[in-house]
Design a protein around this ligand. Structure first.
Ligand code: NAD
Length: 504
């Protein structure tokens, strides 16, 4: 039985009028599990219109009420996250525990946004000039658009919407058409939590839906996460239409292992961060930079661990508990397998070949097992391109300086990590690398919700990172109010004075 996945506008499902639908597949079986609506421009106007209509009332709703609804949403999500995780696994393919993990990280942003009353407090200066007081405040923007990628259907939208809503904005979320059900489930949860209709809306679709959001005069800001070419397009197009925009792009994350590192810890970390979620994470480690003379030893330890991984159907209660699920679509699976062909043809040493994996699950699933390349060099395609699959490339370098040069020459700057027991070296690394998020003996340094998430260089277009204080600033704009109230007991002299006012 296939399900129909619609838009969500004004607190209810909305089929739209386009009569266009796209298939949604279960990557572990290769079967079509549902069909998702693809918005026309008219459908987009309807959904954006719902957000616009709710905007003034929501912005005027008290902080106390907004916070109560956020707490209610947090409680419902916490109690029912298993349900959402099952939906994610069925459309994305990541194993159940991984799906629960992404929801928990998203929930941290909801918890951060529960403190919005404190985060929106402005400054106040009494008697800034004689008899004059000044205060600042942060107001919501209006309708904001969130456009998300396939790889985190719950966590990435949650980087943005809890703060946007808490700050008094209304939201239109455009999820990936590959795994669109999570967004609809979240919309229903908001309704249950008591969020007024029209504050959280979902617009399903492809480029037509995205362009409608970028071009709509009723949308004030865009938060985008996806691949670098589309991030750049979204940044340029939304800016052209006068919007505030943050567009997070792709990545090629390097993990440096210095000779003094704990190699057991480093090998575990490389396997976890290289193959978790089948490498479909923007913070996945895809390049391991081994500073000699440890490469032989480290590669052997990684290979030994990699051979124990089980690739298979990640659904809870599946035949075997898998470590890693399938890739999201057949096209993506074939693209990643093509990169393995390319690495082999370029002369990299294929230590473990995921193309012939024996997965536990339906033979029509989009399987590709963990793949390990050694002796990769920077000219090779597998080094240059973001693969976004379970392929880990080892590059051997003779020194720390060459490891850092490699990272800084790379066009991306999302995440990086160093493994060492030398505090001085780690500190130097922190200063030297041009990357937004750095881990020291931590392979996936995704910041906690009260710090901000974002890369440098071609991993982020715009200047504001996601969540944390930067997220609060992105979804609000400042007003500064300068006030003079007349003291009835000491009325000042009036009079005309056309010179520029000075503070005295
Ligand atoms: P994608 O760029 O293909 O799609 C992202 C969104 O853009 C989707 O909602 C999609 O419908 C829309 N889109 C696709 N093509 C478009 C077009 N031509 N015009 C307008 N909109 C379009 O990305 P994806 O494959 O869904 O996700 C994987 C990518 O996302 C990887 O590159 C990964 O590194 C990146 N990512 C980055 C971060 C980060 O924080 N920097 C986080 C997660 C994923």
């Amino acid at each position: 039985m296939t399900t129909t996945i619609t838009h969500w506008a004004d607190g209810a499902g909305y089929d739209g009028t386009s009569q266009l639908w796209a298939d949604v597949t279960n990557p572990a079986t290769g079967t079509v599990s549902g069909r998702v609506a693809l918005a026309s421009e008219r459908d987009a106007r309807h959904v954006i219109g719902a957000a616009k209509q709710a905007s003034a009332t929501w912005a005027g709703t008290s902080l106390a009420r907004r916070t109560q609804i956020l707490f209610a949403f947090r409680e419902l999500l916490n109690a029912r996250k298993d349900e959402l995780a099952q939906l994610i696994t069925a459309e994305h393919g990541k194993v159940h525990s991984d799906a629960v993990g992404e929801i928990s990280r998203g929930q941290e942003v909801v918890e951060f946004a529960c403190g919005i009353a404190h985060l929106l407090k402005g400054g106040q200066s009494g008697n800034a000039s004689t008899g004059v007081d000044v205060h600042s405040r942060r107001d919501p923007l209006g309708v904001v658009g969130i456009i998300s990628p396939f790889n985190f259907p719950a966590m990435v939208p949650m980087w943005f919407f809890p703060i946007a809503i808490a700050a008094g904005n209304t939201v239109v979320l455009k999820p990936s058409e590959k795994d669109p059900s999570a967004a609809l489930w979240i919309a229903k949860l908001w309704k249950e939590a008591g969020l007024p209709d029209g504050v959280f809306n979902v617009l399903q679709g492809d480029k037509v839906a995205v362009d409608a959001l970028l071009q709509s005069p009723d949308v004030a800001a865009i938060s985008f996460v996806g691949s670098t070419p589309i991030a750049q397009y979204v940044y340029e197009e939304a800016s052209r239409y006068g919007k505030r925009v943050q567009a997070l792009g792709g990545a090629k994350n390097h993990m440096v292992v210095l000779p003094d590192a704990d190699l057991e810890l480093a090998a575990d970390a490389a396997v976890n961060a290289g193959y978790g979620s089948a490498g479909e994470r923007c913070m996945a480690i895809s390049v391991l930079v081994a500073v000699e003379p440890i490469a032989d030893d480290l590669v052997a330890r990684i290979a030994e661990r990699t051979r124990t991984l089980r690739t298979g159907d990640g659904r809870r209660g599946a035949e075997v508990e898998a470590d890693m699920g399938p890739l999201v679509t057949k096209a993506h699976r074939d693209k990643v397998a093509g990169f393995v062909d390319s690495g082999e043809a370029a002369g990299a040493k294929l230590v473990i070949d995921g193309r012939d994996v024996e997965a536990v699950g339906d033979q029509d699933g989009f399987w590709l097992g963990p793949t390990l390349f050694d002796h990769v060099t920077p000219e090779m395609e597998i080094y240059r391109e973001e693969i976004f699959g379970p392929v880990l490339s080892v590059v051997r370098v003779p020194s720390y300086d060459e490891a850092v040069a490699l990272i800084n020459d790379n066009p991306y700057g999302n995440g990086t990590a160093i493994f060492t027991n030398d505090g001085g070296a780690a500190r130097r690394f922190e200063n030297d690398v041009q990357v937004g998020m750095i881990g020291v003996n931590i392979p996936i340094p995704v910041p906690v919700a009260y710090y901000s998430f974002g890369g440098w260089k071609r991993s982020l277009f715009g200047d504001t990172h996601a969540h944390g204080t930067e997220g609060v600033h992105f979804f609000t704009r400042a007003k500064v109010v300068t006030t003079r109230w007349i003291n009835p007991a000491a009325r000042p002299e009036g009079g005309l004075e056309l010179g520029f006012p000075q503070n005295v």
